[in-house]
Structures are given as C-alpha cells and as structure tokens.
Design a protein around this ligand. Structure first.
Ligand code: FAD
Length: 306
C-alpha cells in the first residue's frame, strides 16, 4: 500500500519524469507497457494483435498539457493517426485524455479540440475519452454530455467510469439513460476517502454492481480489468442474461496478463487491447507499476540479468 501510494505520487512529479526520460533503465522498463514512440512504430504491434483476434485502442501518451504548442501537436498526431488506421486497415479505435487537449487551461479548449477530432474520426472511428483524476471527473463528463447531446450530436464517442468513485453509481445511471458507451475500470489515481472507496472489497463490490447494470442496460459496455474475479463475474452475468458475445467487450492493457487475454479470445469473447505509444510514457508507466509493484522488481531483475 505504501509502495502504491509512493509510486502514484512519483507519477505526478515533473522532476522525476525528467530524470526517468533520460535514464536507460527506466526507459527499458517502460517498453513492456508501450508499443512504440511513433505512429509508424505501432503498426506492426497492432497488426500482430489483430492477427491474434484482438481489436485495439491506440492512445497517444500525454496528459496535463498546458502548452498550446503541445496541445496542437497532440491534435495533429491524432489526425494523422486516424489516417494511418484507415490507410493500413488496422482494426483499431483510439483513446484520448481531455487534459492532453487542453482541459487544464480551459474546458472550452478541450471541447473544441475534441469536436474537431470526432468530426475527423466519424463515422467509423470510435474515440474513447479516458477518465483522469477526480478533479477532472465532472468537467470530463460535462464535455462528453455536451458533444453527445448537441443539436448536431457527435456520437462516435464514449467515456470511462471508475468503480472506486462513490459518485459512479449515479453517473452510470445517467449514462445508461443517454445511451452512451461506457468503459468500466477500477480507477488508477490516488484519491481521498471523501470521494473514493478505500478498501479493495468496496472497489470490487462497486465494480460488480456497475458491471451488472451496464451489461443488462448499457450500450455495448467495455469491461476493462485484469482481475480474474471481475472477469468471472462478467462471464456469469453473460450466461444469466443470455448475452451474445457481441453485446460487450473485455479490455486489457498492452503487456498485462497476455495469457488471460488470449484465453478469453479463444473462449469466444471480444477483447480490445489498450495500446499506448509516444515518448511521454512516464506517468502512464508509473501507474502500471503502482498497480503491481512486483513489476518493478521483475523488470529490474530481468534488466540486470540482461
Ligand atoms: C483497457 C483499460 C483502460 C483503462 N482506462 C482507465 C482510465 O481511463 N482511467 C483510469 O483511472 N484507469 C484506467 N484503467 C486502469 C484501471 O483503472 C486499473 O488501475 C487497472 O486496470 C488495474 O485494475 P484491475 O481491474 O486490473 O484489477 P487489480 O485488482 O488492480 O488487478 C488484478 C490483477 O491483475 C494483474 N494486474 C493488474 N494490473 C497489472 C499491471 N499493471 N501489471 C501486471 N499485472 C497487473 C495482477 O495480477 C492483479 O493481481 C484502465 C484499465 C484498462 C484495462
């Protein structure tokens, strides 16, 4: 628990990021979770995933961006990514963080950039809006609602709900009413007890409740977890509710529990692999290490052996 808290605090440190980006060991460690640095470099990993029966969600790494130049660069990269997915006929959609589109400068900037991307992605490319820390939840959902229900709605998008947040039950009900596509995850940030459940049992119980609501009433929910207990509960609901395999998808992260990913596909389930790329890999990698601090030891040992 202490290690998790420490790693999550380190994830937010600009100083640590500067150090890590210039450190060979840290860069090597990140490679387990990152598919490449450029759009071109991810083509082959995505092809390999597609060949194994997985779909993909590509995430250009970046968050908490406050420089207008960097925001413009992110928008441009996503526009090129859409073209690349189409030209190479990759079976992939994209994920994006609104703080990479300028939400920390102003919600209207992120909203404008999101609308531009959704129009360029439409009609066939789906854009998932990732969920960030609880300081951003309300604004993220507001921006999503605004574009999704506008006079000329942009509907090739969906959001993420985190089961550790106390507010999520109400949010899920509202999103079901809107007919929105929801990805359900446990949540990856350091949150206070005032807004989030603090024990694993509470977070898991909330996950199961929300998953059931989404599977029985939601629109093509994404069950994003590596937790075998959550996956077994989903498979049980699938059977109880007699859901066809195309009514929902599982999602897992690139490089995490690969055998389980393959097993679920072999058993006839849909599986999408969240595949990040880019050179701003530090906060993302730190959150992955915080989820399983043993990764840190494993990575260090194998690198030292190498
Ligand atoms: C597709 C996808 C998208 C996500 N999007 C978001 C998002 O938008 N916002 C957000 O806050 N969070 C997001 N997350 C992260 C999520 O909130 C959790 O932090 C993360 O998935 C770990 O929770 P878990 O459900 O896998 O269960 P846990 O209880 O954390 O893990 C269950 C088991 O899975 C294995 N495992 C889990 N993580 C790792 C890891 N990093 N390395 C190795 N083994 C691991 C371990 O064996 C562990 O015992 C996303 C996760 C996925 C899979």
């Amino acid at each position: 628990m202490i290690t998790r808290t420490l790693l999550l605090q380190m994830a937010g440190s600009r100083q640590m990021e500067h150090f890590a980006r210039h450190n060979r060991l840290a860069t090597a460690m990140a490679q387990r979770f990152i598919a490449g640095e450029t759009i071109e470099q991810v083509t082959e990993p995505v092809r390999q995933l597609n060949a194994k029966g997985f779909t993909v969600s590509l995430d250009f790494l970046g968050e908490s961006v406050t420089s207008e130049q960097e925001i413009a660069g992110t928008v441009d990269t996503y526009l090129r990514l859409f073209q690349h997915i189409r030209t190479n006929e990759l079976n992939a959609n994209v994920s994006i963080k609104l703080t990479a589109l300028g939400m920390d400068i102003g919600p209207e900037i992120a909203s404008r950039n999101l609308q531009r991307l959704l129009k360029a992605a439409a009609p066939e490319l789906f854009v998932r809006i990732d969920m960030e820390s609880s300081a951003h939840t309300e604004t993220t959902l507001q921006i999503f609602r605004d574009v999704f229900t506008a006079a000329v709605p942009l509907t090739n998008t969906g959001v993420v709900i985190q089961s550790y947040l106390r507010r999520s039950e109400a949010d899920v009900e509202e999103l079901i009413k809107l007919g929105a596509r929801v990805r359900l995850c446990k949540g990856a940030y350091q949150e206070p007890g005032s807004v989030a459940f603090t024990t694993r049992a509470e977070v898991d119980a909330s996950y199961v409740r929300l998953m059931r609501r989404l599977l029985e009433s939601g629109v093509y929910p994404a069950i994003a977890t590596h937790d075998k207990q959550m996956i077994d509960a989903a498979l049980q609901f699938k059977q109880e509710l007699q859901l066809a395999p195309d009514r929902f998808e599982f999602q897992m992260l690139y490089g995490v529990r690969r055998e389980l990913q393959e097993q679920l596909v072999k058993e006839g389930n849909r599986m999408r692999i969240y595949t990040p790329f880019g050179d701003h890999w530090y906060p993302y990698t730190m959150r992955r290490l915080a989820e399983k601090p043993a990764n840190l030891k494993l990575a260090l040992t194998s690198m030292l052996r190498g």
